[in-house]
Ligand binder design. Structure first.
Ligand code: TMP
Length: 263
């Protein structure tokens, strides 16, 4: 028998805590197969060696993630997102996370620049999709497709789908960002397996926010993402608020230090 339909209130009680990550906490949702994703203000870098609490970051990332996940859904890319519940929480579908960080790069930066000794800002002749094994104790090491297949983290068919989805997300996000004067340098997504009755589908899960992207101003190359925190380049709230204002998620005239969501 199917479970009774529960009306989803925006201030519904959360269930049991399922998992606490570095930037988010997951709770059981009100219906089977749902999760409440709570966005914390905590910022970490270098596998939590560097830590801080950034006032307002959780609320902004909750709103960013809602915006991008809805945008992806609108162009036919399935995600785990159901609805935003309040400033810090969103309701998502429960999925089985594939233990990979799927990274797409358009421009050399970060670990790729370090690993290969190529200057940050070098534009790639085509986007690269790369994978890290999601395991904090190992520092999320880079892995090849061969590792993923041999260790059965994903099937060949899933891997093909993951790459196609990642490139579609890249096209979507690059376009949105370009429209507001921002270059999408690279980003990370996570993919989940969503099981409904007897069939399984891959969906974009976790979050999409400036915590998991590199975003540079088109004209000045100013960094508007988590590198501001990683590299001590100034106020992370100011950088994220600037992105939110350009995307229309914050009113244009808000004071730089007090993020206030539009809706
Ligand atoms: P990287 O250059 O440090 O490998 O990062 C590539 C992209 O992945 C960048 O947009 C930041 C994002 N990222 C995460 O979202 N989480 C992480 O733990 C790391 C290391 C990177």
């Amino acid at each position: 028998m199917s479970p009774p339909i529960v009306r989803l209130e925006t201030h519904m009680a959360k269930g049991k805590k399922i998992y606490e990550g570095k930037a988010k906490t997951l709770y059981e949702g009100p219906e089977p197969g749902t999760i409440v994703q709570y966005f914390k203000d905590d910022a970490t870098a270098f596998n939590a060696v560097k830590k801080d609490v950034i006032d307002g970051k959780g609320a902004l990332n909750n709103r960013f993630s809602e915006h991008f996940m809805l945008g992806l859904e609108s162009i036919g890319i399935p995600t785990h997102f159901i609805k935003r519940l309040n400033m810090r929480e969103q309701l998502v579908k429960r999925v089985e996370i594939i233990p990979l960080e799927v990274i797409v790069r358009n421009v050399v930066a970060g670990s790729m620049s370090k690993r290969l000794g190529i200057e940050e800002g070098t534009v790639l002749s085509r986007p690269i999709v790369e994978f890290s094994y999601k395991e904090d104790s190992l520092g999320d090491p880079l892995v090849a497709e061969e590792h993923i297949l041999a260790l059965e983290w994903a099937t060949q068919r899933e891997l093909d789908d993951i790459i196609a989805m990642a490139l579609r997300v890249n096209d979507y996000l690059s376009g949105i960002m370009y429209g507001v004067g921002i270059k999408l340098i690279d980003f990370k997504i996570e993919i989940g397996r969503l099981t409904t009755d007897d069939y399984q589908q891959l969906v974009i899960a976790d979050e999409i926010s400036p915590d998991s992207c590199r975003l540079w101003d088109i004209k000045t190359n100013e960094k508007l993402d988590k590198d501001v925190f990683r590299r001590d380049l100034g106020s992370l709230t100011d950088a994220y608020s600037e992105v939110a204002r350009r995307l229309g998620l914050l009113p244009k005239n808000t004071a730089q230090t007090a993020p206030k969501l539009v809706k």
